[in-house]
Ligand binder design. Structure first.
Ligand SMILES: NC(=O)c1ccc[n+]([C@@H]2O[C@H](COP(=O)([O-])OP(=O)(O)OC[C@H]3O[C@@H](n4cnc5c(N)ncnc54)[C@H](OP(=O)(O)O)[C@@H]3O)[C@@H](O)[C@H]2O)c1
Length: 216
């Protein structure tokens, strides 16, 4: 009842996805960015949060390689975002808002109110709706808030991490919302491949639980 979720992120060696002021373009180089476009082409949907929508206004299309562009999916808690003239919204985006949000009639069929936790659309509920809509593969290309929420919830089945050989110091980490007390609680990733993409390190991994499920 859920799509297969691939989490893609560009990181520094110290785990930052952006500087504290939100600057993130471009952490990784051209080769890594071309791989990101290939990944978009392999997925039915590409998911971001309202933070990335507002800050970067990405179009989320496939450009550097041939292939179909995935359907944009946006998670947000403020319906005012729907009034913005954002590139992804112009591309028939699916938007998830928390339950109880009034959806303008002209937006019905694109905007879904799903159950919420902490006044934000619940990730599992949003994924279940995407599966219901026939979207079987979802690429998460969001910022640190949503990425860390997916990792913490164990909802990232696969990881595609592009690590630039730079240190960024104090910044916005991929694990921004995760606080562990014991090493035993560390969230594991099964390493599936390590190579380079141009000047960057390219780490492919999987969620051990998802890989066990695939083997069944
Ligand atoms: N390096 C990379 O790979 C990469 C990729 C993408 C973005 N970025 C950078 O990341 C920065 C933006 O970071 P961000 O963390 O704000 O972006 P984000 O994770 O894409 O969006 C976060 C926002 O999504 C909304 N949201 C809705 N449902 C949520 C849920 N269930 N859990 C958590 N959040 C939920 C929240 O805002 P509301 O509740 O207010 O709607 C939250 O503040 C920008 O600087 C961008 O350039 C970097």
């Amino acid at each position: 009842r859920r799509p297969w979720v691939t989490l893609k992120a560009a990181l520094s060696l110290d785990g930052n996805m952006a500087l504290s002021d939100g600057t993130s373009q471009w952490i990784t180089g051209e080769a890594a960015r071309a791989e990101s476009h290939r990944l978009r082409g392999e997925n039915d949907a590409v998911l971001i949060g309202s933070g990335t929508l507002k800050r970067d206004d990405p179009s989320l299309t496939v450009r550097a390689v041939e292939g179909p562009s995935p359907r944009p999916v946006i998670l947000c808690s403020d319906p005012a975002v729907l009034e913005g003239n954002y590139n992804a919204l112009r591309r028939d985006a699916i938007v998830f808002v928390p339950e109880g949000t009034a959806i303008p009639p002209e937006r019905s069929g694109h905007v879904y109110a799903v159950s919420s936790s902490a006044a934000r659309p619940d990730l599992k509920a949003a994924l279940e709706k995407l599966a219901e809509l026939g979207l079987a593969r979802v690429l998460v290309e969001a910022g640190p808030t949503i990425c860390s929420a997916f990792i913490a919830a164990g909802l990232a089945d696969e990881y595609q991490l592009f690590v630039a050989p730079v240190f960024m110091g104090e910044g916005r980490k991929i694990t921004t919302s995760i606080r562990l007390r014991r090493m035993d609680d560390a969230i594991p990733m099964t390493l599936r491949g390590v190579r380079t993409a141009g000047r960057d390190l390219w780490i492919e991994g999987g969620n051990p639980c998802s890989l066990d499920w695939l083997k069944q």
